[in-house]
Design a protein around this ligand. Sequence first.
Ligand SMILES: NC(=O)c1ccc[n+]([C@@H]2O[C@H](COP(=O)([O-])OP(=O)(O)OC[C@H]3O[C@@H](n4cnc5c(N)ncnc54)[C@H](OP(=O)(O)O)[C@@H]3O)[C@@H](O)[C@H]2O)c1
Length: 379
Amino acid sequence: MSCNESRAWTFAARGLPSAVLSLTTRPIPTLPPPLPLPGDVPKPEEWLLIKVAFAGLNPGAIFQMMLVPPMVRSANCIPDMDFSGTVVDVWAPDESGSGTQARQFKKGDKVVCMLPASHTLRTGTGALAEHVRVPARYVVHKPEGSSFADAAGIMLPALTARQMVVESGAKEGDRVLVNAASGGIGTMVVQMVRNMVGKSGYVVGICSGTNVEMVKGIGADQVIDYTQHENLPQHLKTLFSDNPFDAIIDTLGHQSLYVASPSYLVPGGIYSSAGIKPPDFGVPNFLRAVVQMKLNEWWPVSPWLFGVGRKWMGVSMMNPTLEDRERVVGMLGRGEIRLIRDSVWDFENVKRAYETLGGLHARGKILVRVDLAVGDDEC
Ligand SMILES: NC(=O)c1ccc[n+]([C@@H]2O[C@H](COP(=O)([O-])OP(=O)(O)OC[C@H]3O[C@@H](n4cnc5c(N)ncnc54)[C@H](OP(=O)(O)O)[C@@H]3O)[C@@H](O)[C@H]2O)c1
């Protein structure tokens, strides 16, 4: 590999990561960005070239590889959205529209980035590359005391978690149930809800037995091991019908928990969900899940009209703002949330990292060390 080249994982066909990903060598992207500019950033503005340190993997990337047909995306795509790294070049238009006057960032800045799907799919840009060229609007400064690894894993799950917590309406003193409390989003939700409801509130998490102590450690008052209950909704009814929750946040999307929720969620309480969990990553089950989501959203809530009786709110993390990004990275910097690491994989082992993620039992975040020279806890 020459010094003008770097490596990236790419996919062209649809399928599981193990089948479609290849490790490729390509010229290092350059600035200014090529014309025409992509539709999400149509006018000249600040762009950065970043040497990636770590990337955080998200189940959404597996859905993208499995589901998005090549004709509606770039022919060759680099997967995933979250990464951290160091700025190695900056470009911004000057008043004449052609110059290189930088505004927010300079070479050497340590940064964290979350790319929206609207940018990754159209341009083929993604997190799993040694060098990434991105619009600065998707980038924030990494907090000084936070490691590159933790920063890389934080943004998408924390942005999703924050939206869910806000939409759930949880407030000081509330009782809140969190499903899949041990995953990438769940661990963020538990910490944010704990901060939101305060000492007078009560947080109950649901996860498998091996993660019970971890979920208690990040703020849950009580944790239910779902593997011990064949009929979890019935168990929740037995435990909580006399003292129901003010809000439920489901970071995986179990329809059975929603349907039974009038037994353990107050009237008027919100069921905030990350979606509906399909049984696998295939197209038919994904489409069924989308139909179910729309039915949950649009069907009247009233039981008199055959509704569930509680409001279901689906979260869509398609277009967070720069302020949203700064807010959650600020939470990491101030120690209000911390990243739970499932595992750290070297760049060569991305396929195995995705296999682990695809099992849907990640304990916090699965991270990839893209730059082998950057240590696990290096800031
Ligand atoms: N709507 C949006 O905008 C949006 C954004 C991001 C992600 N998502 C979706 O949200 C979901 C979660 O994402 P994530 O990143 O948190 O995934 P993740 O890190 O893989 O976590 C999944 C978690 O699910 C738990 N789990 C598995 N089976 C369970 C069950 N039967 N009952 C309760 N918990 C169970 C696992 O815990 P145990 O190992 O303890 O079982 C694991 O911790 C994914 O489907 C993702 O696609 C949606």
